[in-house]
Design a binder for this molecule. Sequence first.
Ligand code: PEP
Ligand code: MN
Length: 337
Amino acid sequence: MIIQLEKDIAAPQLAALQQKLADINYQTNQINTQFGDYIVGIGKRDFDIRAIGTLDGVRDIHKVSDAYKLVSKKWKVKDTVIDLGDGVNIGTGHFQMMAGPCSIESEEQINDTIQLLKANNIKIMRGGVYKPRSSPYSFRGLGIDGLKLWHQLAKEAGIKIITEVMMSEQIEAMYDYVDIFQVGARNSQNFNLLDALGKVDKPVLLKRGISGTLNELLQAAEYIFSNGNEKIMLCERGIRSYETAYRNTFDINAIAILKEKTHLPVIADPSHGIGLRAYIEPIALASIMAGADGVIFEAHHTPEKAFSDGQQTLNNEQASNLFRKMRRTYMLREELK
Ligand code: PEP
Ligand code: MN
């Protein structure tokens, strides 16, 4: 059950509400976010919700029996649109493309990517400065100094930054230089990190775990929301399957299903989803038709020389073509609605 409170609910009204919930053996959690105050009630007994809905200080009440609640569309029918500032929004009706290298490598590479994005009117650049690598001997990123340099160059160009945070201890140092915190597939159920990101007022792109179910992804998002941050995007990036012909199995079903289950924006990552450069384009376009609110992919001026994930990275010409085709595909999807 979700109870939306009036912003100015008085202490005695809140106490009366809590008492009523205690009387029916409901365990309650009060949640205050940037946008609203809520009580999430967990309990077994069926009862007439009007008995609570009519109490003073209650704005609205909804029965939601799923394991995830606040991120569910069962109570918030209107989709969430995340405002990144400067007229950049993500969510239903606000399709966004994000691109950039797997890893931030050098000033020259950052500048080249910014030029690519500007030439295509793209507002958000991706790149990792803390890289989760399967082998400890692989390149692990330029760290906070790389992020500061990137931020300085991106800010001058009016480009926003999405980058991965791997540990809650990194959040504070990264905060001023990041527009969207990315939670990687390997950290999708790092509940301490999710709790910590719930306490910041910056958008979070949460990737699906390597073998995560959609329920697990939605519950991971619930961690962030229930800690106070409603600015969450979910990202399909492929799951581990028995197939070895490509890196991951991109689950296009997930995009359509998530759009149905949650009000949060859903983003597709075809680069990690299939892991092979030749197929990024069809998978990106297919995910738009499946309902994605955005696509994030890897681009580099010389993919063959990229420090990481070169095999799935597009060069500038391929990236420019993909931006153009994605815009057309999005327009077609909207036309077909
Ligand atoms: C990345 O975006 O570069 C990345 C490491 O992604 P994932 O967590 O999906 O593997
Ligand atoms: Mn990568």
